[in-house]
Ligand binder design. Sequence first.
Ligand SMILES: Nc1nc2c(c(=O)[nH]1)N[C@H]1C(S)=C(S)[C@@H](COP(=O)(O)OP(=O)(O)OC[C@H]3O[C@@H](n4cnc5c(=O)[nH]c(N)nc54)[C@H](O)[C@@H]3O)O[C@H]1N2
Ligand SMILES: Nc1nc2c(c(=O)[nH]1)N[C@H]1C(S)=C(S)[C@@H](COP(=O)(O)OP(=O)(O)OC[C@H]3O[C@@H](n4cnc5c(=O)[nH]c(N)nc54)[C@H](O)[C@@H]3O)O[C@H]1N2
Ligand SMILES: [Mo]
Length: 743
Amino acid sequence: MNLFASHFGTYEIEQGSDGPSLQAFRHDPAPSPVGAGFLDLADHPTRIRQPMARRGWLEGDKGKARGDDTFVPLDIKTACDLAADEMVRIRKSFGNRSIFGGSYGWGSAGRFHHPQSQLKRFLNLAGGFVSTVNTYSYGTAKVLIPHLVGREYSDPGALSPSWDRIVTMRPFILSFGGMRLANAQVEAGGTGAHRTRGWIEAFERAGGEMLTLSPDGRDAPIGEHLAINAGTDACAMLAMAYILVTEKLVDETAVRRIANGYEDIQDVLLGKTDGQRKTPEWAEGLTGIPAQTLVSLAHRLVEGPALINLAWSLQRAVAGEQPYWAAVVLAVLSGQIGRPGCGVACGLSAVSSVGNPLRRLRGPAFEQGKNPVTDFIPVARITEMLERPGGTIRYNGSTLTLPDIRLIWWAGGNPFHHHQDLNRLARAWKRPETVIVHESVWTATARHADLVFPSALPFERDDIAAASRDDWIIRSSRVMDPPEGVETDHEVLGRISDRLGLGDSFRGRRSIGEWIETLYQGYREAFPELPSWEDFQRKGYARLADPAPEEVAQPLEAFVDAPEEHPLATPTGLIELIPDLMRCNDQRLGAALSTPRPGDQEEDTALPLRLLSPQPEVRLHSQLDGARAATDARVEGCEVARLNPADIAAAGLSDGALACLCNSRGIVKVALKADARVMPGHVVLPTGGWYRPEIDSDGVRIDLGGNPNTLTRDFGSSELSQGASAGGARVEIRAISEHPESK
Ligand SMILES: Nc1nc2c(c(=O)[nH]1)N[C@H]1C(S)=C(S)[C@@H](COP(=O)(O)OP(=O)(O)OC[C@H]3O[C@@H](n4cnc5c(=O)[nH]c(N)nc54)[C@H](O)[C@@H]3O)O[C@H]1N2
Ligand SMILES: Nc1nc2c(c(=O)[nH]1)N[C@H]1C(S)=C(S)[C@@H](COP(=O)(O)OP(=O)(O)OC[C@H]3O[C@@H](n4cnc5c(=O)[nH]c(N)nc54)[C@H](O)[C@@H]3O)O[C@H]1N2
Ligand SMILES: [Mo]
């Protein structure tokens, strides 16, 4: 079978009379319609068709006009010469520690053509680069969770019970941020079968109950919905914990057996650390949930069986540790942690694989080699890095010195989509001497580069795709050739390597076909049950058999059963309710919710609306923006912001009006859509609109592309994790007539 593999899943390639098309994969129970639009990009006007250089850079402006300049077409030879010469010059003048090659982003699904692997192999051979750690997805949870339970967050089942257990045990699910099925369309590296919808339906059929607490009613896939103000989940959970403690509903012997710090937690809840008792009445004022409801929920939890689910979005915010931390505390105090199918789950349905009981198909990637440079930043600290070379930041108990970056090199990501406070990034981004970007389409990042190399799209090359958290492996076939003059990243980086005398090392003396076969053989070594290369090529896919239920790791169950036999990798071997590192004031549980950290420009609470920027249903971040699903979803070419009809009326506007969302950081043009499911006081603008700032005649800079990151604030989630802070921005609506030029 001829298949195409993407982060949206697998598609069958059909050759019709008017050309090829992508059809649903016959083994996928819930195929995503979005990925089927991939081929729309082949001939799209946004396509980059030849290497380009920014005019000012060629003239030696060192970045001054970066982002506002015109481009000059180059032939591939000249472009590669320029890139290689610049690499040599920067290395000689400033060393490899001045090259930023973190290159974060969701580059394509294939294992061989994975753009970051290609770029990092090249940069490593050339002496190394400053790298990044963690993700925008769950960078805060990833640093926090090991301090609480001594397990790496990325461990399947580090905390979360698996779906089969959940369906069998039927806990009451209290789901903060809900489970958006639109998000489970996606898996990093692809999948052959989307199973999340099936599990949620099975849970409902089995009589399971789910309550979603979220500012957006659309986050509830089944069951009831309870509106909660964004950014206040930890308050609700602490109030529930307060009820358990003050009503003496905590089994203290059981808690002390598995956890350290119970006395300290009582101090937090009773207000001995910050003068604020965490009563349900206190929480009502912040969350918008009636105090009596919080009391009933606390009773419901301790009765059990119960599971607290947390969307990843909750921790993508300033003080983003707080809800994750509070959930662990609440699950311990209510006796739910480690009970089969109960406790805490992180991101059920955030991507397809979460909670699915399956064998993880871990295997080789295109080898990146070793990076001689050890400097790194937490990934979301990029603007700070560019603004304050030589400055320091606190991170996970240590102090990092920010490097002095002269050259940025990016392949397979879009920082001008994914980073917060884009107008500020655009200013800081002018500081390096050179920016090189490999892209298929003219994203804002490509427009903010000096040297742009065109890249073949994923369906213009052969590959194999296998997600490290999933159990399918797919042969992804070239559907069509790239346009004349467009090559794969591997070919382009191979050309640049040749000029540096690194060509043979970069290619490893293998053809692309030989590499793909080598990678597959690596998977077979790890999983001998996979078919031979010949059979795999013929069939087009393979998958691992499901594990038996007893083979699915449930690490906290084993620990809670016998803590002495299965100690956690924490200082005490127990769950640490207050890790030592987090005893300092600005990280205290509860206190961090009300006391801003030094350096935080607090949000202007006078602005009426909290901005939510969830993942787009019709795209993968900014990808596939030119394909039909995203184009059809726009209104008059504008991204759509949903909000409560009362808030539209309060702004003196009507449903469907074009308007601006504004705050001190920026202005974004959108189309308003009335939706009674959105809690008053919130506005939902999904990510992925293409940042397109234009200056109107009053000198006002307006993002016509509707990217919420023009408005979000950029301040590390905490000194512990320095994660991304998309949540927590405030905005107001202004009528478009106040900015006539933005029409
Ligand atoms: N406000 C707000 N901001 C957010 C979030 C949020 O919730 N709210 N979420 C954050 C999260 S969780 C994430 S993961 C990030 C996502 O941010 P990104 O991963 O940076 O976003 P993408 O649009 O997927 O960017 C991938 C880019 O890689 C390019 N690409 C794909 N394949 C290839 C290839 O083979 N070669 C090359 N050279 N390029 C390729 C695509 O064209 C695309 O431009 O956004 C973050 N930003
Ligand atoms: N179709 C599609 N699917 C995707 C992606 C995509 O781009 N497109 N991106 C993928 C990626 S990279 C990731 S990391 C995951 C992200 O997975 P998540 O982070 O879990 O998803 P989000 O859509 O950002 O947020 C989920 C919901 O949280 C709610 N929410 C936001 N803030 C708060 C809050 O403070 N409290 C409460 N209670 N609720 C809140 C919002 O209403 C939102 O609908 O999604 C993945 N899935
Ligand atoms: Mo993500």
